[in-house]
Ligand binder design. Sequence first.
Ligand code: SF4
Length: 282
Amino acid sequence: MKIEKARELGFCIGVRRALNIIEGTASGDTKIVTLGPIVHNKTVVARLKSLGVGVVDNVDDIKGGVIAVSSHGVSPTIHEKIQSRGAKVIDTTCPIVRSAQKAAQRLARAGFGVIIFGEESHPEVRGLLGWAGKNAIASMDVDTMPVGAIPKRIGILAQTTQSQGEFTNFVNKLTGKLLPQVQEIRVINTLCKETRKRQSAAEELAETSELMIVVGGHNSANTRRLAEVCAVIVETHHIENADEIDAKWLRRKKKIGVTAGASTPDEAIEQVIRRIESMQQV
Ligand code: SF4
């Protein structure tokens, strides 16, 4: 059995940057608390906990101190709330997410009604909505999108980790639906290249594999998307850690591909590969 890793997988530059900032600050005397998990990965959160980094889920529970905002970013309102609670902010928002926030803000200030292609409940999208003006909406599906009074000018952007193909389909469908009623539709490409690189590397590997193992948090949007992309091509399993591998999946497989989401640490990927190798020897 051959095990091959995708040529792009695991931590992206945004997550590495966020962790470097937090670990660098935590290694001094400063006690840090993150607002929500810093990335959607339990192994990473546990490692940060061992360095004394805590997590607070609700901004109302902040009582001063040093609060780190995750790479997903937050809305301006949340920024203000953190500061109003006497806390110092360490902002680890990924620069690519920050660009999307600025694009949303520019559109809103110019009078566009902003539509975000993304999961409304995802932290990045909640943050983007805060920058995109009070009439902004987030949706993954044009057919079920709640469109009220349609502004004359519409701006469309995407949650950074969405797939290019799905964003294109969304834009085409939405444009077809709205064009008769609006004067201007502006599309801003806020997709992250790191995500795209991981998706195309995963697709490429899936094409030549009999099984794909996708490693990453079950609540990690970009990991779930990697699994969806691979599942269209070949049998695919999304696991968070090596213990979740079922020996039955490996039976009679000659080539297994492994990829991992942008918030998956190298150790988790290596543990999965070692576990597959050890199961192969049984
Ligand atoms: S996936 Fe892209 S946008 Fe998200 S944190 Fe990583 S580099 Fe930034």
